[in-house]
Design a protein around this ligand. Structure first.
Ligand SMILES: [Zn+2]
Length: 426
């Protein structure tokens, strides 16, 4: 991709209406565009990051034998009436079709997935299984804030597992719990913790939230040195003292990036989902569910890791692995070489951006900070005199102090590949 062709709008002044640093940077860098209050268009840059986060999630869902499906965004009200949530859920957006049918725009998919799962499940031999999707949701929230942190429309990964016994659900729940920590780490999130939470609209008894501890978060968390952690909803008693050890609790802010629930039989019972057990008896399966706010993960990465100049991605989430910058010279030698490097890297399958615009170096570097390719190759007259290309790094959670600051002009392809491979280790 050539930078002048990249269909995004970068801003250089102040961003009106941005409430957090991360929101400001996401808008400045042209990652998101507000289409309406609470609804954003993901630009080529923003969508690229989100797709990469999705692929990390898919990869980790494979490790817990998740099977990916895609359910409808809009659904008839009938399924929601089966569980009683049609009238009980305040954020459920409803509308009437031309034929008079009542529809909902799904804010979550327990009803829809249980309807599919009951059509498939016959025997205990099929369990456990987990179905998940990565899809757009809509919640008719009264208020929205901070860019992608609380929106009305957003992308979510929602998974649902089905089990014969509570013990089996608990075993599987633990595996998903561990997979969540792995995938958030791979996304570059550092300060992630889990807290016990209430189950709210979802039903069931045991639930955990995954929270990024960050001052921009809208949730209040209570954390104790003894390991006790809870969110505000759960903390109904004296919130200054740990209920486990009696010591004073620390109060911190968090951004909720995922949640998991042991749902029990709330949905499977009300929707009459059954199977035949080993003795030939008809039984009701037990259910778990596993959510991740995918677009919110992108927002959380920016909130946590950005500096004043832009976001800082890692190799797995960055829109481009490499940016090649040619700095203007009198004979256009630098532009020629930058072009050649760009083409060679592209041919090798590397995601690379070329900045051969006739702009000042400072402008090019400011844009490079906003796009934040982990590896930046700078072709300048000064370095070419020594047969070298300058290398700069902008990468989340990786010590680059021992990596080279310049590479040999005759060896850029191999060296760049080696650097990508080093920076990809997690
Ligand atoms: Zn304690």
């Amino acid at each position: 991709m050539r930078i002048e062709k990249l269909c995004v709008n970068r801003l250089y002044g102040d961003v009106a209406g941005a409430t957090t640093r991360g929101h400001k940077i996401a808008v400045k860098g042209g990652y998101i565009y507000q289409t309406f209050q609470g609804g954003y268009t993901l630009t080529p840059l923003g969508w690229s990051v989100v797709r990469k986060i999705e692929n990390i999630i898919r990869d980790e869902m494979d490790t817990v034998e998740g099977q990916e499906i895609l359910m409808p965004v809009v659904c008839s009200a009938d399924l929601w009436r089966e569980t009683g949530r049609y009238d009980a859920m305040s954020v459920l957006a409803k509308f009437k079709g031309q034929s008079g049918t009542d529809y909902v725009i799904c804010p979550t998919h327990e009803e829809v997935v249980t309807d599919y799962a009951r059509s498939v499940l016959k025997s205990y031999r099929q369990m456990p299984f987990m179905l998940y999707q990565i899809q757009t949701k809509f919640r008719d929230e009264l208020r929205v804030r901070a860019g992608l942190i609380r929106t009305r429309e957003f992308i979510m990964k929602d998974g649902y597992s089905f089990h014969e016994t509570q013990e089996d659900l608990e075993k599987y729940y633990k595996r998903c719990f561990d997979a969540y920590y792995r995938l958030f780490k791979r996304c570059g999130l550092k300060n992630v913790t889990d807290v016990m939470s209430s189950t709210g609209d979802m039903g069931g008894k045991i639930a955990h939230e995954f929270q990024l501890i960050n001052e921009m978060g809208e949730d209040t968390l209570y954390i104790c040195d003894c390991g006790f952690r809870a969110n505000k909803e759960l903390e109904e008693t004296d919130s200054s003292v740990c209920p486990k050890c009696g010591k004073p609790l620390n109060k911190v802010r968090g951004i909720e990036i995922g949640n998991i629930f042991q749902l029990g039989k709330k949905y499977t019972e009300s929707m009459h989902m059954t199977y035949t057990d080993v003795n030939g008896e008809e039984k009701t399966p037990i259910m778990g569910c596993y959510g991740i706010g995918v677009t919110r993960v992108m927002a959380a990465i920016i909130e946590e890791s950005a500096d004043d100049n832009g976001p800082i991605w890692n190799m797995e989430t960055a829109p481009f692995a490499v940016e090649v910058i040619g700095l203007p010279d009198k004979e256009n030698k630098t532009f020629e070489l930058a072009e050649k490097i760009y083409n060679d890297l592209k041919k090798s399958g590397i995601e690379v951006l070329l900045d051969n615009r006739d702009n000042r170096a400072g402008e090019k570097f400011a844009d490079a900070d906003l796009i934040a390719a982990p590896i930046r190759l700078i072709v300048s007259t000064k370095n070419l005199a020594n047969n070298q290309i300058e290398v700069k790094y902008r990468v989340n959670n990786f010590d680059t102090s021992k990596l080279p600051n310049a590479i040999d002009v005759n060896d850029y392809l191999k060296t760049t590949k080696d650097l990508i491979s080093k920076l990809s280790q997690h």
